[in-house]
Each structure stands twice: as C-alpha cells, then as structure tokens.
Write a new protein. Structure first.
Length: 156
C-alpha cells in the first residue's frame, strides 16, 4: 500500500546563497574555490591561535607551579643546612667548649663562602663581555671573503 504524500519530509528549496556556482560537470567555479580557500584558511589560523593560547596557558600554569615548588625545595634545603650546621656545632661541643665549636664552624662556613665567591668570579670573568666572539670573528671572515671575491670579479 502506498504511503500518503504527507508522510514524506518536505525539503525547502535552496536559496541562491546556498547553491554554489557550478562550472563544468557540476564542479565549483574557481571563484567559489578561492572563496572557500580564503574562508577556510582564516578559520584554520583562528583555530590554531586558539589552540596555541590554550596550550601556552596550560604550560604557564605548570611552569608557575614548578617554580613555586623549586623555591620551596630551596628554602627547605636552606633549613636543612642550618640544622646540619647546628648539629656540627653540637657534635664539636662534645669534645671542645661551646664557643670554640661555634667559632670553628663559623670559620669553615666563611672559608666555603670565599671559595665559592672566587670560583663564581672566575666564571663571570670568562662569560664577560656577553658577546659571541667566535661568531663575530667568523662573520667578519665571511664578509672579508665576499669583499675579496667581489673585487676579483670586478678586475676580471
């Protein structure tokens, strides 16, 4: 038994804006393809920028949390060092007077600080001035070579 015509869905006629202009054999025209390319490229760039923002936000959160935890670790290590220094003083006080054990530990700390300062100064001296001397020298050689080659071409 045939179905009544009212049971079939009714399709709206497409408007001219919805119907792409067609070239040969039902293919979109070049103008239509260029229009689509432009729109899709713009949308792709927007989506990529949005994705980059989300990704960078996530990474920044992790970096901030990591930096905070490193700071906490450094502070706790400093407290641990202070406790180790106190322990060294107490241990020395078992065989020496308190004042002498404190003096010995203090002198050793200043000695270690002086050594660290001298090694640090050497490293800073090696790093200054902060310019890439080898790269600059290599670039100057390249420029001189180009100038020389240019002069050879002019004389020939």
């Amino acid at each position: 038994m045939p179905e009544p015509s009212s049971a079939r869905p009714v399709e709206a006629e497409p408007t001219t804006a919805q119907v792409p202009s067609q070239g040969k054999a039902g293919e979109p025209s070049t103008a239509e393809l260029l229009s689509r390319l432009s729109a899709q490229s713009t949308e792709l760039v927007r989506k990529e920028i949005e994705l980059a923002k989300v990704e960078l936000t996530e990474k920044a959160k992790h970096l901030g949390l990591g930096a905070g935890l490193f700071s906490t670790a450094g502070l706790l290590a400093l407290y641990g060092l202070a406790a180790a220094i106190a322990t060294a003083m107490i241990a020395l006080a078992l065989v020496l007077p308190w004042w002498l054990s404190a003096l010995i530990v203090t002198v050793l700390l200043f000695l270690a600080a002086g050594i660290a300062a001298m090694v640090g100064k050497k490293q800073v001296d090696r790093g200054t001035p902060p310019k890439p001397e080898h790269a600059i020298a290599s670039t100057k050689l390249d420029v001189d070579e180009i100038k020389e080659a240019s002069h050879r071409d002019d004389t020939v």
